[in-house]
Design a protein around this ligand. Structure first.
Ligand SMILES: [Zn+2]
Length: 459
C-alpha cells in the first residue's frame, strides 16, 4: 500500500490535469441542448476506465442518459465493491455570478473551480485515480470492483431504479460505495450513515362554490383558509411533536452511543443562528439541534395560498385554500404509511363545513446504515489513515432516494464516504473542490478497498 500511496503523491498534478479534461465537458443532464455533451462525458468515463485497466467497460443505454459500467473481478475469494457516482452536472446559471466560466476549470489556492468539481466529477475521479494507482503499482486490486457512473442524478435518477432491477446479476456486490456527500467541516472527514426520507403532500380545502361577501356571509359560512390553518395548527403539539396517528411508531430513536458521537461534533448554536440570521433554534423537545436536523422527523408547510392577495382590503370569504406540506422521515418510517396517517388525521380533525382533498406529490424512503458494519468500519479506518485524524459518524437531513434503491435491489449496505464541504457551492455559482481533499480522497478510496478486503476476510 505504501507504494500505491507514494504513486498517488507523485502523480498528484497529473491527476488534477486529467480531472480538468472531465470538468470541461458541459454534461448538463437537465438541458437537452447539451445531450451530445452529456454523452461525451459518459464516453470520457468509459475511455478512462479502459485506460486505467478496468475491464468489461460498457456504455449501457437507459430511457435517458446512459450508465457507464466497468469492472475488475480477479480478486478471488475477496468481496465485491460497487462504486456509484454521476457524470452529469447541474445547470450553471446564473452565469454572471461565476468568477471564472463554469466549464473552464481554474485552480486558485488549494481549490479547483468548475461546475461538477465536487458534485460529482471530482469524487468520481477520486475512485478512478485510486483504481489506477492500485493497478499500476500492484498489478491488481485488493477487492473485486464494479463501477456504475450514471448521467441523470441531477434530474432525480428517474431511470436508475429500473436499471438496477434489470441488472441485478451484473451489479451483484457485497457493498455499495458512494462519494457524493459532504464532510462535517474542513479537516473533519466522516461517514454519513443516515439520510432522511420524504413524504410531500398538497392539501386542497374547498368551502362555498364561489368567493363570497365577507359581510353578508361571514359568520355562518366555513372559511377554507381558517379551516386549513386550524388543521395545520393541530398537526404539531407545543412540544414540537407531530400529531398524525402512529407517526412515531416505527421511528428508530437516537441511541445513547449515537448521542455521544453527535456531541463530539463542534456544533455551535450561535454560529448556526448567525449564519441564517435567526434569534434562536426551535424544535422537538428533548432533542439537540443536530438530532432534530438529522435524526428526527419533521413536518413543515412549504407553501400556502388562497383568497385575496392583491393590494388593499377586499372583503372576501374565499371559496378555496391550499397548502404544500413536507415531512422529512427517518428510519424506519414508510412514506406510504405516512399518507394513510395524514388521511386518518384529517378524518379526525376536519373542521366542519369544508371538504378536503389530499394529493400525494412525492415520497422517498429514509436510510440508516448500521455503523458497526464491516464496510463502514473499513471506511472509517481508511479515512483515519488518509486524513491523519479520527473521522466522524454523521447524518444528513436531506434525502438521497437511490440509497434505499441500492439496498432494496441489490441487498447490499451502502457506504456514503463523501469529500464535499458545506461551503463548496454544489449546485451554486463558483462550485469548487478542495485539492488536498481530492488527494486524500484518492488515498481513502485505495485504503478502503484494502481495509474492507482484510476486515471482510476476518469476519
Ligand atoms: Zn451529486
Amino acid at each position: 500500500m505504501n507504494e500505491t500511496l507514494s504513486y498517488i503523491d507523485s502523480n498528484g498534478e497529473r491527476f488534477v490535469e486529467e480531472l480538468k479534461d472531465f470538468l470541461r465537458i458541459p454534461s448538463i443532464s437537465a438541458n437537452s441542448t447539451y445531450d451530445p455533451e452529456t454523452r461525451r462525458a459518459a464516453e470520457f468515463v468509459a475511455a478512462e476506465a479502459v485506460r486505467i485497466g478496468l475491464e468489461n467497460v460498457r456504455i449501457l443505454e437507459t430511457a435517458g442518459h446512459p450508465v457507464v459500467y466497468a469492472d475488475w473481478l480477479h480478486a478471488d475469494g475477496k468481496p465485491t465493491v460497487l462504486i456509484y457516482g454521476h457524470y452529469d452536472v447541474q445547470p450553471p446559471e446564473p452565469l454572471e455570478l461565476w468568477t471564472n466560466p463554469p466549464f473552464e476549470p481554474t485552480v486558485e489556492g488549494d481549490s479547483i473551480y468548475a461546475r461538477g468539481s465536487i458534485d460529482d466529477k471530482g469524487q468520481v475521479f477520486m475512485h478512478l485515480k485510486s483504481l489506477e494507482s492500485l493497478l499500476a503499482t500492484t498489478g491488481g486490486l485488493p477487492a473485486n470492483v464494479k463501477i456504475i457512473i450514471e448521467g441523470e442524478e441531477e434530474v432525480g435518477s428517474p431511470n436508475l431504479p429500473p436499471f438496477l432491477a434489470a441488472h441485478k446479476e451484473l451489479l451483484a456486490c457485497d457493498t455499495v460505495m458512494i462519494s457524493d456527500t459532504t464532510m462535517y467541516d474542513y479537516e473533519m472527514p466522516g461517514i454519513t450513515y443516515g439520510l432522511r426520507g420524504l413524504a410531500y403532500f398538497e392539501l386542497h380545502v374547498v368551502g362555498p362554490d364561489r368567493d363570497l361577501h365577507s359581510g353578508m356571509f361571514g359568520g355562518a359560512v366555513a372559511n377554507p383558509i381558517n379551516a386549513l390553518c386550524e388543521l395545520i395548527a393541530k398537526m404539531k403539539d407545543s412540544a414540537g411533536r407531530v400529531q398524525l396517528p402512529g407517526f412515531y411508531d416505527n421511528v428508530v430513536d437516537v441511541s445513547p452511543k449515537e448521542r455521544a458521537e453527535l456531541e463530539r461534533l463542534p456544533y455551535s448554536a450561535t454560529d448556526f443562528c448567525s449564519m441564517i440570521n435567526i434569534p434562536i433554534t426551535v424544535g422537538e423537545a428533548g432533542y439537540s439541534d443536530l438530532e432534530r436536523l438529522w435524526a428526527r422527523p419533521t413536518l413543515d408547510v412549504c407553501g400556502i395560498w388562497g383568497g385575496y392577495q392583491g393590494e388593499g382590503a377586499k372583503t372576501v370569504l374565499p371559496s378555496k385554500a391550499a397548502a404544500k406540506i413536507s415531512m422529512r422521515l427517518v428510519a424506519n418510517q414508510d412514506y406510504r404509511k405516512v399518507a394513510d396517517q395524514l388521511r386518518a388525521f384529517i378524518q379526525e380533525h376536519k373542521p366542519s363545513g369544508v371538504s378536503i382533498e389530499v394529493i400525494e406529490l412525492h415520497g422517498g424512503p429514509p436510510a440508516l446504515t448500521p455503523t458497526d458494519s464491516v464496510p463502514v468500519r473499513a471506511a472509517l479506518r481508511a479515512l483515519e489513515t488518509a486524513f491523519g485524524t479520527k473521522p466522524f459518524l454523521i447524518r444528513s437531513g436531506g434525502s438521497i432516494p437511490i440509497v434505499a434503491d441500492f439496498e432494496e435491489q441489490l441487498g447490499a449496505p451502502v457506504v456514503l464516504m463523501g469529500f464535499g464541504l458545506p461551503d463548496q457551492n454544489a449546485h451554486s455559482p463558483n462550485e469548487k473542490m478542495n485539492l488536498s481533499n481530492y488527494h486524500r480522497g484518492i488515498k481513502s478510496s485505495a485504503l478502503f478497498l484494502q481495509e474492507y478486503s482484510r476486515m471482510y476476510a476476518a469476519e
